[in-house]
Ligand binder design. Structure first.
Ligand SMILES: *Cc1c(COP(=O)(O)O)cnc(C)c1O
Length: 369
């Protein structure tokens, strides 16, 4: 069956973004692509073959996501940010068996991994996560040397890397980045065999001193800018456009209303298009009356409230609008009013949330362009 909602991901844009990131970080720095939450909503199933050939490894949030990459046939480096539950022995064993690099941030998590490695009969690779100020996952920096020693004392666990994460790399005031960086550097063990990494997209773009020998870009690979406060422009290209088709067009009289709460009143005789997308598909309800879509290349304001499965757009000023016409919900032009970045701004959120929320009704496909 055909679906009216499609997300097209441009293969050439993804290649371009990986290319500019590689050039920006230079030789000798590995690119570990963050693909958590279904590639930030872009769709792992369709993107996997393309991404697998472009990057040096993947990072995911959950153990399930890590194991899914193995099921897809990926044999390379996979880093899992979050730990398996302490009593979930099945997943703990599978992570070791599948040679997923696990994150360690405490002695109790270390003990679980050591136990699993012994049960499975394999050595478990781990990266130590250090909290240098973000206050989330990670061992407080002061206690890191002690945990490093504990990892090295485990017969079946091997410390292969160490990392941290910045809290303010994409904020207006980014002074904390340098404090976190200094603290991170101060606890790095002297031997040079560890993979060290700290940089997310914003830090990669603006702070070369955070690159070490691996970086963890997420959003930048999909072509969006993590925030408006970045100083460098490395020329990313947004990879995704989301389209729908008009399923109805109707004429309404001046003074009539539309949508829940009758929040919109037409101040002239108008034409309204019905678009089959709503907040159930991840089109934020708070964009009601604020955002535009593009019908036949021209701006059509979203009028009235966005419903779960549909919304109304004002097409009065667009000539010859017909049922079946293309509606561009999200543009892959970052300067367009319906770009991911601009929709995020209108919705009072970040670009990440706009793409992650795109629902399963939207059929993803890769444009080989
Ligand atoms: C999500 C995440 C990243 C990627 O962040 P972007 O801003 O998308 O580049 C990197 N590291 C960690 C620990 C993350 O959770």
């Amino acid at each position: 069956m055909k679906n009216y909602l499609t997300a097209s991901i441009s293969a050439s844009a993804i290649r371009h973004n990986v290319g500019v990131l590689r050039k920006h970080v230079g030789d000798g720095v590995e690119l570990c692509l963050v693909v958590k939450d279904d590639c930030y909503g872009h769709g792992m199933n369709v993107l996997y073959p393309l991404l697998a050939e472009l990057v040096d490894g993947f990072a995911v949030a959950s153990p399930v996501e890590a194991l899914e990459l193995r099921q897809k046939g990926y044999h390379g480096f996979v880093l899992c940010f979050l730990s398996a539950y302490f009593d979930d022995f099945e997943v703990q064993d599978e992570l070791v068996w599948q040679e997923i690099t696990q994150t360690v941030m405490s002695k109790s998590a270390l003990a679980s991994i050591q136990e699993a490695a012994r049960r499975v009969g394999k050595t478990a690779p781990v990266h130590l996560k250090v909290d240098t100020g973000m206050g989330r996952m990670g061992i407080p920096a002061k206690q890191a040397p002690d945990l490093i020693e504990a990892i090295r004392a485990c017969p079946d666990v091997r410390l292969t890397g160490i990392y941290t994460h910045f809290a303010t790399a994409d904020e207006q005031d980014r002074s904390e980045v340098f404090e976190q960086l200094t603290l991170f550097k101060s606890i790095l063990p002297p031997d040079g065999n560890l993979v060290c990494h700290a940089a997310n997209s914003a830090a990669i773009i603006d702070f070369p001193e955070t690159h070490f020998n691996m970086v963890r870009p997420g959003l930048a690979v999909y072509g969006c800018h993590p925030s408006e406060f970045l100083s460098n422009d490395i020329g990313l290209k947004p990879c995704m456009s989301v389209k729908a088709k008009l399923i109805a067009v109707k004429h309404v009289r001046e003074g009539s209303h539309c949508g829940y709460g009758l929040s919109h009143t037409f101040d002239r005789d108008s034409r309204v298009g019905i678009v089959p997308i709503g907040y159930g598909d991840g089109y934020f309800r708070c964009l009601s009356g604020k955002a535009i879509v593009r019908v036949n290349g021209q701006d059509a304001p979203v009028c009235g409230r966005v419903s779960m499965d549909q919304m109304t757009v004002d097409v009065t000023d667009i000539p010859d609008v017909q049922v079946g016409d293309d509606v561009e919900i999200i543009s892959s032009d970052s300067s367009a009013p319906n770009s991911v970045e601009n929709l995020a701004r209108l919705a009072g959120t970040i670009p990440y949330e706009i793409t992650c929320h795109l629902g399963h009704n939207i059929i993803r496909h890769v444009l080989v362009d």
